[in-house]
Design a protein around this ligand. Structure first.
Ligand code: FAD
Length: 415
């Protein structure tokens, strides 16, 4: 596989760019693999990548019913941060954020990580208390965040109206090394690196049944035939409940559509990410100039990956209070993705009642930021059959045992 470099670009410039090879191979599925990963979103591909990189397991297939990165990974608003309250969350999200810092070099693929800083606005006294507490918790966890006052908010993001009509800005939780990355590139970068290490990525291959013998997984049925495996990782976000049903167990997960929209491109006007959870909206500016705006989750369970007018209206109306400058901006398009929500708004990385079958889900509205850390922890779980320190707190048994990792404030509404 061609290594991407300044030299390669210069060489291709002299031969009309005809020398580039496909970024990843599309092999026919084999009859059996050591490990099958279901779902070629960011989390599934990262799991496969770290299985090979960290554990030397390359006899792996990643099965995808559509095209890789076509699920939530390619539909999200790309916010990366690790300012969570609880220690297990801070550990896995900070691991992910720190891996993001050098992921472009590691994968030899520009994922456009932009640590431009993320601020979560406090617009009620309740939020002020909550974010001050999170800043204190983050200091103990070694996560670099800071409580900042309204003047600093205005200095960092001049287009904010800090004297909003209903909710003036009282301060913010600021994470200077949070930011964004290009979502497709994260999936493509991992896919290319997986392919380079001999992992099979098989698109247009939906898993339709899971086979087992004596309580241990033996393989899957797919739209491209049966595939045997020794170990199975289910990493399908909003479809986790469906796959768990095939494996014979239930997950404490609800699936619902979450929406986002982008405006027409405008000149650079905002170089930080802003989340305004009280009015409910979050926004950043893409490199193309579009304002990328996150909306709400539908109030019902659903598998349709669509947006709806009332959410667009609600989100934009709310944001205009904080960013009056947006009021004349035209919106270009909006969409939805199916997110997988747990009761405590924390993920599940876990063994399951079916032997050698593991599940990674429940990232809900905020799993893009977690992709590298989640893949790292999931690969360890699959390779060893037991969770390492990052995954251990996120077992699915925590719901039965009452060991919730409550992140409803940090993760329930926004990202
Ligand atoms: C609108 C929106 C905005 C968001 N914004 C942010 C944000 O700003 N920051 C953040 O951190 N997170 C955000 N998220 C959440 C984030 O996108 C997800 O948590 C994350 O992408 C989940 O990745 P994944 O790899 O688990 O899932 P996905 O990318 O959804 O991948 C799962 C894959 O499994 C495949 N699959 C399903 N069933 C089968 C089957 N039977 N056989 C084979 N394949 C199957 C699907 O086709 C899909 O490609 C947002 C989500 C949405 C929808």
């Amino acid at each position: 596989m061609t290594r991407y470099s300044a030299f390669a670009i210069a060489r291709e410039a002299f031969r009309d760019h005809l020398g580039w090879r496909r970024a990843w191979a599309s092999p026919e599925p084999r009859a059996a693999y050591d490990v099958v990963v279901i779902g070629a979103g960011g989390h599934g591909l990262a799991t496969a990548y770290y299985l090979a990189r960290n554990h030397g397991i390359t006899d792996v297939a990643v099965l995808e019913k559509g095209w890789l990165g076509g699920g939530n990974t390619g539909r999200n608003t790309t916010i990366i941060r690790s300012n969570y309250l609880q220690d297990p969350s801070a550990a896995i999200y900070e691991k992910a954020r720190s891996l993001y810092e050098t992921l472009s070099q590691e994968l030899n693929y520009n994922i456009m990580f932009s640590p431009r800083g993320v601020m979560m606005l406090a617009q009620t006294e309740h939020e002020v208390r909550g974010y001050r507490r999170t800043a204190a918790a983050n200091a103990l966890q070694g996560v670099e965040t800071e409580w900042i006052g309204p003047e600093r908010v205005k200095a960092l993001c001049p287009i904010i109206n800090i004297h909003g009509p209903r909710y003036p800005v009282l301060g913010a939780l600021w994470q200077p090394r949070g930011g964004t990355a290009r979502h497709d590139a994260v999936a493509w970068g991992y896919a290319r690196a997986c392919s380079r290490m001999g992992i099979h990525i098989i698109q247009n291959c939906a898993v339709t049944a899971i086979r087992s013998r004596d309580g241990v997984v033996t393989g899957v049925e797919t739209t491209r035939g049966a595939i045997a495996c020794r170990k199975l990782a289910i990493v399908v976000a909003g479809h986790s409940g469906v796959l768990a049903g095939m494996a014979g167990f239930r997950l404490p997960i609800e699936s619902t559509a979450l929406q986002a929209l982008v405006s027409e491109p405008v000149k650079p006007c905002m170089d930080v990410v802003v989340m305004a959870n009280t009015v409910h909206g979050y926004m950043s500016q893409s490199d193309k100039g579009e304002m990328v705006i996150g909306g709400g989750a539908d109030g019902r369970n659903d598998y349709s990956q669509r947006g709806s007018f009332h959410h667009v209206e609600e989100t934009v109306r709310a944001l205009i209070e904080t960013f009056p400058i947006l009021s004349r901006l035209k919106m270009l398009r909006w969409w939805g993705g199916i997110v997988d929500m747990t009761g405590d708004r924390s993920p599940i990385l876990s063994k399951t009642p079916l032997g050698n079958c593991f599940v990674n889900c429940g990232w809900g509205t905020g799993g893009f930021k977690a992709i590298p850390g989640s893949g790292w922890a999931m690969a360890e779980l699959v390779a060893r059959g037991e969770p390492g320190p990052l995954a251990a707190p996120f077992s699915m048994t925590r719901f039965r045992e009452g060991r919730f990792i409550d992140e409803s404030v940090a993760a329930g509404v926004a990202h």
